[in-house]
Design a protein around this ligand. Structure first.
Ligand code: MLT
Length: 268
């Protein structure tokens, strides 16, 4: 892993692999850059792939304050350090909220924006209350209980039994990875604004990937959003929950390749 060498997000860790037009893949919560392990080899054949650990995750230090805007600023620092003028930015779930904050502040640095199981809407009251309860749970009972409750939501209900081992592995990995950012991330998500205007104003193509059985970001809300940008590409991953890049790697890689080709065609 490389690290940011200067600036307020010094130490933020990221991997750079491959040659070609730059593509940055941003992980969601409570994961790290290894979420994209099944895209790493396939996409780095034709692209310079950037895989950050968002501030507060993995080896990246936790800044204070932490919001979508600060995380977006750290990604801009990575592009500056790597001397990259424009890239395609794809964000998974919370990574998509960060990508939208980035697109709002630095649209000139983007040739395309991808929301992979993500949304531009702010949390509604039900979701906000759920987050407040989760924060209380972490404070009162510790992070393991919270993670045990939330990790199954990443998988389709019908696969919970079958994926028990995988969920336990994810829990173990997350418990080992440091937990101080869980509450700051939840607060950052709770306070993030609606960014539908970013989609309406986008001059670059926008990708939407939905999981048919995703309970975190239901496909209905993504379908509504997909009408907003001037150029949108939309895909439904069948029998998939919130982790399509792991569950349907070939199809996901194909979608990402097509999308990057579209962005390149639009740019030229
Ligand atoms: C994620 O997968 O990044 C989060 O679960 C998204 C969220 O809670 O809104």
């Amino acid at each position: 892993m490389k690290r940011l060498e200067t600036g307020p997000y010094k130490g933020t860790a990221y991997e750079v692999i491959g040659q070609g037009s730059p593509v940055m893949l941003i992980h969601g919560f409570p994961l790290d850059h290894s979420l994209w392990e099944k895209q790493r080899t396939a996409l780095s054949k034709d692209h310079k792939l950037l895989l950050p650990d968002l501030p507060g995750t993995g080896k990246s230090p936790l800044p204070n304050p932490l919001g979508m805007e600060e995380m977006a600023a750290s990604l801009r620092e990575i592009l500056l350090q790597e001397k990259i003028e424009k890239c395609v930015l794809i964000g998974h779930s919370m990574g998509g909220y960060v990508a939208l904050a980035f697109a709002e502040k630095y649209p000139e640095l983007l040739s395309g924006l991808g929301l992979f199981h993500s949304t531009a809407y702010a949390d509604n009251e039900t979701k906000k209350n759920g987050r407040r309860k989760a924060i209380k749970m972490i404070e009162e009972y510790g992070p393991e209980r919270f993670l045990r409750n939330m990790i199954p939501n990443l998988y389709p209900v019908s696969l919970h039994k079958e994926r028990k081992k995988e969920m336990e592995h994810l829990l173990k990995k997350r418990m080992e990875a440091g937990l101080e950012a869980l509450i700051p991330y939840y607060k950052a998500m709770l306070h993030r604004p609606d960014r539908t205007a970013v989609l309406k104003q986008a001059r670059f193509p926008v990708l939407f990937v939905m999981g048919e059985k995703d309970v975190v970001i239901p496909k209905k809300s993504i379908l509504e959003l997909s009408r907003l940008p001037r150029i949108a590409m939309i895909h439904l991953l069948k029998d998939t929950g919130h982790l399509g890049m792991l569950d349907k790697p070939e199809e996901s890689n194909q979608i990402l390749r097509h999308f990057v080709a579209l962005c390149e065609a639009e740019c030229s």
